[in-house]
Structure formats: C-alpha cells, structure tokens
Write a protein that binds this ligand. Structure first.
Ligand code: ACO
Ligand code: ZN
Length: 305
C-alpha cells in the first residue's frame, strides 16, 4: 500500500460533498482503488461513509440513523459539542475520518491502525444533527508525550477560531491527565501558525499577570555558559517549568515560543525573560484573536486507561 501511495501522490479526488458543503480538496488521499476513478466523493456527514454517486448517498441517508459521531459526547457548550470516538470500537468511522482528513493534510502518514487512537470530533449542532467542523486525533498511549497527532478544521469552517478551540481542548485533556503535551511533528505551516498563536496567547497572558516583575531573572553560573543556551535554560529556569505546569505546554515549546518572540534576553551575564507589559501587549495583538474559549466546567471526561 505504501508503494502504491508513493506512485500516485497526484491529487486524485478533486471535491467532496459533506453535509451542506461541497469542498475542494487539497492533497492526495489513499482511498481504496475502486474510488480512484472518481473526481468527486459523497460523504455521509454523520458516519463518514463515502460513495461515488449522489444517488447512493441519498439512499444511504434514508437508512443511516446516526445524527452525530459515534462515541461519547464529552463536552457541550451552546451549540458546540465534542465527541470522543475510540478507534478500536469504531474502526470504520476512524478510517473514514483518516481518509477524509488526508485530503487536507500533506505530510501526515495515514494510520490504518486506528485502534491506537482516540478521535475528538468537534460539531456544531442544530435540529438536523451534529455537523462535523473539525477534529483532532490522539494516541491512547504516547511515549513522546504527544497530546495531539493530527488536527483539521474543515475548510468551510477555517479562520473562525475552531482550530484554536481544538488546540486548547487538547491541552485541557492533558491537564486532566496531569501531563504535559506537545503536538506530533512535523507541523504544517497552518498548524505551526495556529500553535504559535495559541502558545503566545496563553503564555503572555500569564506573564502579564506577573505585574511588577519587569523581568524574571535567572542566574547563570559561569560554567553553564559552556552548555548550549537552550539546554541551560531548560535545566535552570524554574519559571519555564512553572509555566509548563500551569498550561500543560511542554517546556521546549515554551522556550521556542519565548525565544521566537525575543523575550529571552541575555543581559549583564544573566538570562532574563522580558515581561514588560508594553512588549507583551504588542505580541499579544500580533498573535490574533483569542478564538473560541473552552469552558472547562462543561468538559466531562476521564482519561483513557
Ligand atoms: N492564513 C494565515 N494565518 C492563518 C491561516 C491562514 N489561512 N489559517 C490560520 N491562521 C493562523 C492565524 O494566526 C489564526 O488566528 P487568527 O484568525 O486569529 O489570525 C490561527 O492560525 C488559528 O486560526 P483558527 O481559526 O483558530 O484555526 P482554523 O480553524 O483555521 O484551523 C488548522 C487551523 C487546523 C491548522 C487549519 O488551518 C487546518 O485544518 N489546516 C489543514 C490541516 C493542517 O495543516 N493541520 C495541521 C497539521 S499539523 C498536525 O496535525 C500536528
Ligand atoms: Zn451515514
């Protein structure tokens, strides 16, 4: 299968129909060969089964009794709901979701082993049902402390804050697990932009509350200068660990975020984290809108065992 994928990386399916949207695809996705001669696929928006012809979908919709993703509703706030789907209990759904997602994800390998993943599917609900907006997947057990494998907001819903909501949600789950987390690499350009924005907003909001502390000083014993600065800071900066504890963001991600904003500075033999409110506000403005908030009181969830 992998070889087949390598040979036919050319985009195959040009458009899909999903709920009330017709969506142009972005990338190749390795649908089973019998679908490869279709330019357009028709998805059932609830079970994500896909078909080659509109009439097949219409017939399917008459008998499909799902009105939301199969799985547990673990969050509801207003019209937004989040469903947790276990890839082992709902294998076909998990695979369908991967086929669909790959149409918009360039660099990700498709995991056929959906057993090992949980899928968190975000929906906008109305009287016709719960309509998928986006999702993220998460390994049930990650050695590398990944708290998110793949993230997608369907194109008609992009740039409305759902991506930030999904990212925030993944960190709320990590907090409930009492773990720090990080997204699986590599990140796409849009993925990196969204994460950078999220990290910046969360961290700078906290730093702003350190009022009065214009800079948090970290003393640098002479011999640590021999270490790579990054290594040293990881080792030494209590504040970074503290931030990590509060946010469930992995220390490395905190460091690279603060470094990319040039907030870690070397002054008079010391590394300091700049917490000048004016500087922070400028960065916060540039980081964009806050997006949709996760209301933690509406999350009813226990970690996967
Ligand atoms: N152009 C410029 N900036 C953008 C764009 C864009 N097209 N899209 C997102 N951003 C940036 C902006 O800073 C934006 O904040 P702002 O709107 O306040 O300025 C921020 O990212 C996030 O915006 P959201 O509306 O919260 O995110 P969205 O719902 O659009 O979802 C996502 C972001 C999931 C990355 C989406 O673009 C997507 O699904 N892309 C295709 C799949 C993908 O690349 N996924 C990430 C792969 S990496 C991984 O899975 C671990
Ligand atoms: Zn269906």
């Amino acid at each position: 299968l992998r070889e087949h994928e390598e040979f036919t990386k050319v985009k195959n399916i040009a458009t899909i129909e999903l709920g009330r949207y017709e969506i142009e695809t972005w990338y190749f996705s390795p649908f089973p060969p019998e679908y490869n001669d279709s330019l357009k696929l028709y998805f059932c928006e609830f079970c994500l089964n896909f078909m080659k012809r509109k009439e097949q979908l219409q017939r399917h919709m008459r008998k499909c009794d799902l009105k939301h993703p199969p799985g547990d509703e673990i969050y509801r706030s207003g019209t937004l709901s989040m469903f947790e789907v276990d890839g082992k209990k709902n294998k076909v759904y998990g695979q369908n979701l991967c086929y669909l997602a790959k149409l918009f994800l360039d660099h990700k390998t498709l995991y056929y082993d959906v057993d090992l993943f949980l899928f968190y599917v975000l929906c906008e609900c109305d009287d016709r049902g719960c309509h998928m907006v986006g999702y993220f997947s998460k390994e049930k057990h990650s050695e590398e402390s990944y708290n998110l494998a793949c993230i997608l907001t369907l194109p008609p819903y992009q740039r409305k804050g759902y991506g930030k909501f999904l990212i925030a949600f993944s960190y709320e789950l990590s907090k409930k697990e009492g773990k720090v987390g990080t997204p699986e690499r590599p990140l796409s350009d849009l993925g990196l932009l969204s994460y950078r924005g999220y990290w910046t907003r969360v961290l700078l909001d906290i730093l702003k509350k350190h009022k009065g502390n214009i800079s948090i000083k970290v003393s640098l014993p002479e011999y640590f200068k021999l270490l790579e600065p990054l290594q040293f800071l990881l080792w030494a900066t209590d504040l970074i660990w503290e931030l990590s504890d509060m946010t469930a963001i992995k220390a490395e991600d905190i460091l690279t975020t603060l470094q990319s904003l040039e907030l870690i500075q070397y002054r008079k033999g010391q590394h300091v984290i700049c917490a000048d409110p004016k500087v922070l506000d400028r960065h916060l403005k540039a980081a964009g809108r806050g997006g949709l908030e996760v209301d933690v009181s509406k999350l009813i969830w226990t970690p996967y065992k």
